[in-house]
Design a protein around this ligand. Structure first.
Ligand SMILES: [Zn+2]
Length: 499
């Protein structure tokens, strides 16, 4: 067995520390020397290549959301990548997207009669069709979605999986007869985020109602989930918009009600940020050795590493044969398992699979193979157990649970540990300056009249007002005053710096 790893392979491994320099750590873990999730050498700024290890996980995240929305009655469709210019101008506020749009102006050498936009989001392409498809109240609720597409925005600063000029998109678009139905959907969207982002991926978040000055262009209200990155910045990982009648009026999304009158539908749209959720998995769970992946997400859940020694070919052959048998058993049991029988040293393989975040490692040496034993090692805390070969399937199940529980414990500990309270402007300023994460403070209003107060906080701290949690908004203490203007506080606002 050659002792020297290949020339290119020597470069792998992280040198940046996540706690000291998160930004550099993130760049390394995504790139060539890390887990090789994307490649920026494609050479168009803001457009990235998704490499297999990342793409397999992104596809899994898509599948989970597809299952969730279909269970909730949404039907799939696929719209073109381009939007007629006129559609983008139809809804007055939404037209604010114009500076963010990429345009197709030519076909070959011919200039197009009408230039078309690469879609920045789906509302203005989908709703004109809804206007044609929806007839009566009997058609409602109308729930549709498109998945596994990319959208395009003219972003200046780009980061892999956090902000791109082309990025992965998922969107639902629903039409209801009443506003109550629309509001009920927003809670269902929150439950879907809980099912995927928290339960499956262990990414903690708060589902906020955003302040009026931070709404989606064209929405009456915006609800969004924010997680917290290791540098303490909030990262928005989903949004649901209560569109009221705004788009329905602009695009004639009308239904004939029981009384025979044509009425606009109440619309909502939900977009879990596929990229952003993946970025949070990388950033929140990863450590200085590389990725740390929840068991259900990992493209390889357990890697089998045979420990063999040069000059002992007979023993090595026995170990390998046994390892192949174990691989088959685990594949049959439904696990994503890989036998690494490459020519690298065991130590090199350990490092490489740790870098990739594989949750469990199965070590099998000649002595163990003789005894019918093997060693299972966890990626999270590096704990090891010796198990009987005959009990491997059961042991994997048990160790997988431990890995996920540890990921969850760390993530939720970090999130809760970095959510603080402030009672005055000075406390808020100090808390944001000295600590990472969210700071809660009594505040006057979520309406337009609160905007100046939020602006004052932003100027002093660079932190933004994230909003108020939808499910359990905190009540300000008796007699509490807005930290910004000193008027009686109507609510407790969450603040954080943002990505
Ligand atoms: Zn105020």
């Amino acid at each position: 067995m050659p002792e020297q790893p290949g020339k290119q392979e020597e470069k792998r491994g992280l040198t940046a520390r996540k706690a000291e320099n998160f930004s550099e750590w993130y760049t390394q873990v995504c790139g060539e020397q890390g887990a090789r999730l994307c490649d920026l050498r494609y050479d168009v700024q803001g457009f990235i290549v998704h490499r297999p290890w990342a793409f397999r996980m992104l596809r899994r995240i898509y599948e989970w959301f597809e299952e969730e929305v279909e269970r909730d009655g949404h039907e799939p469709y696929l719209f073109p990548a381009v939007i007629p210019e006129q559609n983008l101008l139809e809804e007055k506020e939404h037209a604010g997207f114009m500076p963010d749009v990429f345009w197709v102006t030519h076909a070959g050498v011919e200039e197009l009669e009408r230039r078309v936009a690469l879609r920045p989001t789906g509302e203005t392409q989908i709703y004109p069709m809804y206007g044609l498809w929806i007839r009566s109240y009997a058609d409602l609720p109308w729930k549709g979605y498109q998945s596994r597409i990319t959208t395009f925005r003219n972003e200046k600063q780009t980061r892999p999986f956090l902000r791109g000029r082309e990025f992965m998109f998922f969107e639902t678009h629903d039409v209801f007869r009443t506003h109550e139905d629309a509001l009920a959907q927003i809670r269902k969207d929150m439950a879907m985020m809980d099912a995927v982002a928290w339960r499956k991926l262990k990414v903690p978040f708060v589902f906020f109602r955003r302040p009026q000055w931070d709404k989606f262009k064209g929405a009456d209200d915006t609800y969004a989930s924010d997680t917290m990155l290791p540098d303490g910045r909030r990262c928005q990982i989903s949004s649901t918009h209560d569109l009221g009648h705004n788009f329905a009026r602009a695009f004639d999304v009308l239904f004939k009600d029981e009384d025979g009158k044509d009425k606009p539908g109440f619309q909502t749209c939900f977009g879990p940020g596929i990229w952003r959720i993946f970025a949070a998995v990388i950033a929140v769970h990863g450590d200085d050795q590389g990725l740390v992946l929840p068991f259900g997400l990992a493209p390889v859940q357990a890697v089998i590493i045979p420990i063999t020694f040069a000059g002992k070919e007979d023993a090595a052959a026995k170990v390998l044969a046994k390892a192949r048998g174990l691989e088959q058993d685990l594949l049959k049991a439904g696990y994503a398992v890989k036998l690494d029988d490459s020519a690298q040293t065991p130590g090199f393989k350990f490092n490489q699979w740790e870098l990739q975040g594989v949750p469990l490692r199965i070590e099998l040496g000649p002595k163990e193979a003789e005894q019918g034993m093997l060693t299972l090692a966890r990626r999270t805390d590096r704990g090891k157990v010796k198990v009987k070969e005959s009990e491997l399937v059961k042991a994997i199940e048990e160790q997988a649970r431990l890995v996920d529980a540890e990921i969850e414990r760390r993530a939720s500990g970090y999130f809760k540990g970095n959510t603080k309270d402030a009672r005055s402007f000075g406390e808020l300023k100090r808390a944001i300056g000295e600590h990472r994460g969210f700071v809660r403070a009594p505040f006057c209003s979520m309406g337009k009249d609160g905007e100046a107060c939020a602006e004052k906080v932003k100027e002093a701290t660079t932190a933004v007002a994230c909003g108020v949690p939808l499910d359990k908004p905190e009540k300000p203490a008796q007699g509490a005053k807005c930290v910004s203007c000193g008027k009686p506080a109507g609510l407790v606002m969450w603040f954080a710096k943002t990505v």
